[in-house]
Ligand binder design. Structure first.
Ligand code: SF4
Ligand code: SF4
Length: 188
């Protein structure tokens, strides 16, 4: 064994190094104390906080097309959707509810949505006195969009944080076999 190694072994060198690291960080001038809530900690863009339903900028209504993919993919089963039809007979989400207390903020719902209709905001400071305060229905989720993604922020978020796929992304390549259905004359 090298002489240096022997000395280090006798002196418990690694332990001394670890002790020094601990002691050097003990003095109060090394501590970082944030006086929350006076000094709030701002979250970075893309933080997975409270949910919001995205408004269509053209119609002012929700972008959601009530496909149910977000509810199907949600591992906590905390999204509930009741579908209906609007005046034009198009499918809409009459009710859209997120039970935030059960949410694990995995953002699978955001990833699964084909039209970019649900997002997670940077907001994390919410509280309530009853369980009902944490049921976010469609109106509350749309309000969240107005509050946390005002003006150009929503567009910026969509362009930079969650790039949702377009229909073109799902196009089949040229050689791919595509099912076209059974022709009437082939049916028995
Ligand atoms: S973030 Fe995850 S757990 Fe929360 S609602 Fe979306 S899919 Fe469900
Ligand atoms: S996946 Fe998107 S469009 Fe489909 S129900 Fe959920 S939020 Fe609405």
């Amino acid at each position: 064994m090298e002489f240096k190694k022997i000395v280090k072994t006798i002196l418990f060198w690694e332990i001394l190094q670890g002790m020094w690291l601990t002691l050097s960080n003990l003095p109060p001038w090394n501590a970082v104390t944030r006086q929350y809530p006076k000094e709030p900690r701002y979250s970075d863009p893309g933080f997975r906080g409270l949910h919001a339903l995205v408004r269509n900028p053209d119609t002012g209504r929700e972008k959601c097309i009530a496909c149910g993919l977000c509810a199907a993919v949600c591992p906590s089963r905390c999204i509930t959707i009741h579908t209906g039809e609007d005046d034009k007979g198009e499918k809409i989400a009459e009710e859209y509810e997120v039970d935030v207390l059960r949410c694990v903020f995995c953002a699978f719902c955001v990833e699964a949505c084909p039209v970019g209709a649900i997002v997670l905001s940077e907001h994390y400071e919410y509280s309530g006195y009853s369980r009902g305060d944490f049921y976010f229905n469609k109106e509350r989720l749309l309000d969240n969009w107005d509050t946390f993604f005002p003006g150009e922020k929503g567009k910026w978020y969509m362009d930079n944080i969650w790039k949702h796929p377009n229909a073109d992304d799902y196009k089949a390549h040229d050689d791919q076999a595509v099912f076209h259905g059974i022709q009437k004359e082939e049916k028995q």
